[in-house]
Every structure is written in structure tokens, then in C-alpha cells.
Design a protein around this ligand. Sequence first.
Ligand code: GAP
Length: 515
Amino acid sequence: MKNDTELQQFLEKITAFANKTGIAYRTGDIYGGLAGFWDFGPIGVEIKNRIKDAWWTDFVRNRDDIVGYEGAIITHPKVWEASGHLSSFTDPLIFCEGKCKKKHRLDHLIEDHLNIKTEDLSLEEMGELVNQKKLLCTDCGGVLGKPITFNLMFNTQVGPVKDTSSIAYLRPENAQLIFSGFRNVIDSTRLKMPFGIAQSGIVFRNEISPRNFLFRVREYELMEFEYFTNPEKINDCPDFDTVSQINVNIYSREEQTPKFTSEYLTMNIQEAWEKKIFKNKWQAYWLAICNNWFTQKLGIDEKKLRLRQHQKEELSHYALDTWDIEYNYLFGWKELLGCANRTQFDLEQHHNLSKHKMEFSETDEKGVKRYIPYVVAEPSVGLGRILLTVLADGYQEETVRNRKRVVLKIHPRIAPFDVAVFPLQKKPQIIEIANRIFVTLREEGFTVKYDDSGSIGKRYRRHDEIGTPFCITVDFESIEDNYVTVRERDSMNQTRLRIENLIQELRNLQKKFTK
Ligand code: GAP
């Protein structure tokens, strides 16, 4: 982890870069911004949409065992009563009693300024630490008060009358919409166990101290699914063999002790299963699939990812066991994706409170069996957090022939444009060919940017910065020989290719991509 100044400089740099390239801006920037809320610009929207589309394609559309769902944003208060969020979705908070009266997130304050891990500490223990270590307000040096817990849910009033009966909540997770709508889904489909229900959508959390650019915000898009099985079959995972040889970096509870000095142990999923590191086979399967998705489909560096098991005290109220896929950011190893084993907790809660049966019926040779399904795994990841991770992983500054080049080395699958087309000069014959290539590529489903402003060098730099993987230049020779120059972003190699072969050649280059 970098020191505070280096970290601050990096965050300022990446925020300025995101601003300059049209990736993300502070919301209401002209009025000073609103902490924890971001707008996405023309390039950010494209990258974000492509990540979301890749997720939906790989985890829903291309799987026979997962279906989609889209619950409402403003939700019935009973949903959050049943789920336990009204009582337990809280963070520890402490107020400055000095001049500034600032609210601090207590666990972060202790971790950042006393360098003590807080996962195992209760609210009272954290309060004692503040007294013992004489921790003061980091903004004004004032004395800190008594710690309290703070509920992170935003609420609103529905309808014209403002009283307690009209309170409803902005969802802090999509999962509860899936659980409370479970009965409707199974009644209106012919799903067979095991299966998943997925949702991608905006969620809201009134974070005490939003920070680190897109990492901790108050409104973000959450992509998650619940994977249900028969509670007696949580280890019946027929596809386990397809992931058993995938290597992952593991940081289990046992490794999170002072005597263990390395940041993780690398082993394949089969080995980890045999060593009883995971509690159920499906959770191991989904962690492998998600880790592989980040490395193979999004091109994230595998050495910077690890699977970390939650400490017992850190587990959410609904979880029996949770593993995070963490990324090694400049501000340390932090959660990119969470994957909880939620057991039957949520469906049982809704079953009891709503008096609607959340049971699944299965018929076998012994007759009809009814049971409340078991959530073996809930892979859950914030879209903005993925965007931040691909920026952090792909942003590079290089010196090329004594000149600095900023290049965003992201996977072509999530680049804002597949390819850019440049006419070298504004000569009618050159423009005619460039236009023809542009239109043909679009018709073939490529996302293409036509760019004719500035020198070719400037155009390359502009597209390097936003991650366009291939640029095509049409020049004078193209008029004679029907060849164009294709330049690759990362290697900067330039190759002359026949115009009629461009579509196939570009598809091959996209497939061949490695970082
Ligand atoms: N349904 C389970 C759930 O919501 P979570 O660990 O609270 O679990 C899931 O959140 C994911 O959402 C995290 O792994 C992270 O990617 C993202 N996330 C959580 N809080 C966030 C925040 N304040 N800002 C941005 N992303 C966040």
C-alpha cells in the first residue's frame, strides 16, 4: 500500500484522467459536486455498458441454469424488515466533538490511522481502542465521542401524505427483490434445481464516508445472482470438473494470521476443495468462474486478484461463509466481488413474515418433495468497482521516442470502441475509402469511431488514452493498392492489410488479444 500522499496523488491523477477522457465526472460538478455520487461521460458509459453486457451474456444469456429478474428500486418496507436490513445493515460511526463535528466511519479510522484490523472487533472494542490510543479527529484534532451504529438505507415517502405508514426504502441490494419475488418466478417458469436468478440494477447506500473515487459511493449499479440448490444437495455440482484445474490465489482465515507472511497461496480449485478450504462445492465453483471471468474475459492481472475468506465476526447477518475476490489496489487489497453462502436464511425470513410459501416442489420416484431452497453462492459485484479496477489495472504511462504516452490497456471486449478509422488527409478519394470502411465495419457489428481531426500522431494518442485497441489509417497508397495500415494499441505495431480482409483480420486480432 502506498503512503497517504502517494495515494492521494494517484487518486487525483486517475480522477483527473477520468474527467479529461470523458469517463466520469463529479455529479453537479458546477455546484461543487455531491460526495459519493458520480456521472459517467461518453467514454465511461460505453465501457460500463460493455462490462454490463459481458456480465449478462456470460452469466445469464449464455447459461441454461440462470434467468434474469428486475425488481423495483423503491421497495416495500416489509422486505427490509424480513431480510434484517432494517436492524442490521449498519456501519460504526463516531462524531468529532471538537470544532469540525465531522462524522467518521470508525472501522476505517482505526484501520487507516492505528493500522489495526477491525474485522474481529465489536463496536465497544473499537470505542475502547479510540480511548486507549487517544485517537483524535483527523480533520481538526478534536476529541471523538461515543461510537454508534448507523443504518445505511435511504428512505423516501410514497404518496402525498408524509407519515410513518408511507415510508419506503431505496434498495441497498438487488438480492432481496429476487428473494421476495421468488414465489412469482417459480410459479411462472419451469425451472429445475439447481438454478440462479440474476439482477443488475442501481442500489443506494448512505455510506458514512464515500471515498477512493468509484470505490465507495452512495449510488451504484450492482450485478448479482442467487444460486439455489436443494439443501440436501449443496455439493452436487456436476460442472465442477470444468473448473477444477483453474488456479486461484487463496487467502483463507488460517492464512490471515501474523505467522503467515505471504499475501496468498496459489493452488487449483480441486486442491483447495480436497484441503476443505471451501464449505460447499458450488461456492468453490462460482468463485473459480468469477475469478476466471475477471482474468480471461476482462483481462485483469491474475497476480493482483485473490480469494479472501471473511473472518467470523465480519460475516453479514445472513451469511454462513463469505469469500471476497479482492484486487490489490494502490490503497491495498480490497473487495472487488463478494460471494456469500446465504443458506436458506432469506427465503425462510420471507416465508415466515409474508405467510407465502417460499418452497420449491420436486417430484422423484418417492413422490413430491417440498423444501425451502438453499443459496449456496451469491456472486455480487459493483459495476463502478469493476470500472475502477480495469482503469487501475490498465492505465499505463510509457515513454516512446522521448515522449510520454498514456495508454489504457483494457481488453478489446470492454473498450469503448472496437476500432477507429482515420483518413490521413481530407482528400475526396481518401475520405471515400475511409467512409466505406467505417460504414462496413458498423454494419458488421463493430463499434467504430471515425476521427479526422489533428495529426495522425495526435489521433493515435487520443485513442490510446481511451483504450481503442485498433486504429485503421487510410492513406494515398490505399487509393492505388486497396491496403490500409492497422495499428495495435499496446504493441504499436503497424501492419498493412487488404481492405477486403479487414473484418476477418480484426476479428482474429480481437480473439488473439493477451495483455
Ligand atoms: N447482496 C450482497 C451484497 O450486496 P456487498 O458485499 O454489500 O454484498 C456487493 O456488496 C458488491 O457491491 C461488493 O463486492 C462491491 O463490488 C460493491 N459495493 C459494495 N458497496 C459499495 C459501495 N459503497 N460503492 C461501490 N461499490 C460497492
